[in-house]
Design a protein around this ligand. Structure first.
Ligand SMILES: [Zn+2]
Length: 450
């Protein structure tokens, strides 16, 4: 009988875009299904140049930005495609977490294929869908798994372990095949509030003496970007707020609940009110019930947290309740020293109304750009220069550092190691001869000591 295999249909020499297919006899399961960030996607699609919604799969297949797999895509997604529709031949899709590069192509997947997620991921995806007209994940046969409880798909057994990442409810997986265990890390770090979860996952994984380790490698190789712990971010923000007597602005990822909590705590300590977008308020309200009581601030329930009323022509129905007691630009302009406003990059035109005094702090609580010619980064600095805001970089990465990754790989001693979600798989080679830089679309046998 043929041995089980693992095939990398995305995430090869790129950050994001993970699509890991594990096959054992007739049983086939997929881990994650999202677009890559850069650079492959941006060779063809950028800004408003996007795949056509009428033929999404075909427009991505053209440039090998999606795998040519039958029995995976929905009939609708295959409209006008030369890949024909077939009833599902993939028997389950496991989503490690709710970031776009892991879940963003769910809408293309056949609704008959069971999609396995954590409860938190399910809620986050629903909240994002409800509050962003452009984000759709599609209808699916959702199966919510329980932490550390095995899920059986044919002869395969998948055990989801929570890990620490820059979004809550992120998972790594142990995949038990007929020839040994495959470990898939998803995205992870061990310097955030849930570091203990990552340690427990890695310990459980090592115990299985895995046949294969599929590890993320975002920060492997050259990485000059500064990184702090979550506590380090808190100390930095405290210092900035202490020394400022005007409106403080911060920019972070709306799904980074830990960071929103850190900013909220720092605002509380500085006797400032934290002000967020209606969308962020909605996401926080949706996920809060899954945390211990009071751990996640919720507008209307937690003191010192308000919604910012952006200038808008139309208000969506979900937004209405959040905007009732929202604060407008006028309030923040005249009493700026009382507020910390978390603003999205896309909301920068609000600065035209807010007009913070020159020298007001702008806390960039996001990843530094990957490349020096990053367009968004240039635009961001143009805005800050125009308004004379002072820039502060304060971020804790969602990913383990290069040296940490090598240490984990050495310690795990898996028979084979496949680095994905990295532009520098070769950086893992010093971890030993067991490391293979995978090729896109090639099936690698599992087990047998090879
Ligand atoms: Zn990722």
């Amino acid at each position: 009988m043929s041995r089980p295999t693992v095939t990398f249909l995305g995430g090869v020499r790129e950050i994001g875009g993970n699509k890991v297919l594990v096959e054992d006899g007739p049983d086939r399961i997929l881990f994650d299904f999202g677009p890559s960030f850069s650079p492959r996607m941006e060779q063809y699609y950028v800004d408003f140049l996007k795949p056509r919604t009428a033929s999404p799969v075909q427009d991505l297949l053209e440039f090998d930005l999606l795998p040519r797999v039958e029995g995976l895509y929905s009939r609708e997604a295959l409209t006008d495609s030369d890949l024909r529709y077939r009833a599902p031949e993939v028997h389950g899709l496991f989503v490690s977490h709710a970031h776009a590069d892991h879940a963003g192509y769910l809408k293309l997947v056949d609704p008959e294929i069971p999609v396995h997620v954590g409860e938190g991921t399910r809620r986050m995806l629903a909240a994002i869908e409800a509050s962003s007209p452009s984000m759709k994940y599609g209808d699916h046969d959702w199966r919510v798994f329980t932490d550390r409880s095995p899920v059986r798909v044919g002869r395969l057994e998948v055990v989801p372990y929570p890990v620490d990442h820059s979004i809550p409810f992120a998972y790594g997986f142990l995949v038990r095949t007929s020839e040994g265990t495959v470990v898939y890390t998803g995205d992870f770090r061990q310097h955030g509030p849930r570091a203990a979860d990552t340690h427990a996952f890695l310990a459980a994984a090592a115990k299985e003496a895995p046949a294969a380790l599929i590890t993320e490698g975002t920060r492997a190789g050259p990485d000059s970007r500064r990184d702090l712990s979550e506590e380090g971010v808190r100390r930095g923000v405290d210092r900035i707020l202490e020394s400022s007597g005007s409106l403080a602005l911060a920019c972070t990822y709306p799904r980074d609940v830990d960071r929103l909590r850190t900013l909220y705590d720092a605002a509380q300590a500085a006797e400032r009110e934290m002000v967020v977008s209606a969308r962020t308020a909605h996401l926080l309200a949706e996920v809060a019930p899954l945390f211990p009581s009071g751990a996640v601030p919720v507008v209307g329930r937690t003191p010192g947290l308000s919604v910012y009323a952006r200038k808008k022509r139309r208000v969506a129905s979900w937004e209405g309740p959040y905007l009732e007691a929202a604060l407008g630009a006028e309030t923040l302009r005249t009493r700026g020293e009382r507020y910390l406003l978390a603003l999205d990059f896309f909301h920068f035109p609000e600065l035209i109304d807010l007009r913070p005094p020159r020298g007001s702090p702008f806390i960039h609580s996001m990843s530094e750009p990957f490349s020096e010619d990053d367009v968004d980064d240039q635009v961001l600095h143009n805005w800050l220069d125009h308004f004379g805001l002072s820039f502060h970089q304060m971020h804790a990465s969602g990913h383990a550092s290069g040296p940490e990754l090598l240490e984990i790989v050495r310690h795990m001693a898996a028979t084979r190691v496949y680095p994905i979600h990295t532009e520098h798989p070769e950086a893992f080679e010093s971890a030993g001869p067991r490391v293979t830089s995978p090729e896109l679309g090639r099936a690698y046998p599992i087990g047998g000591g090879a």
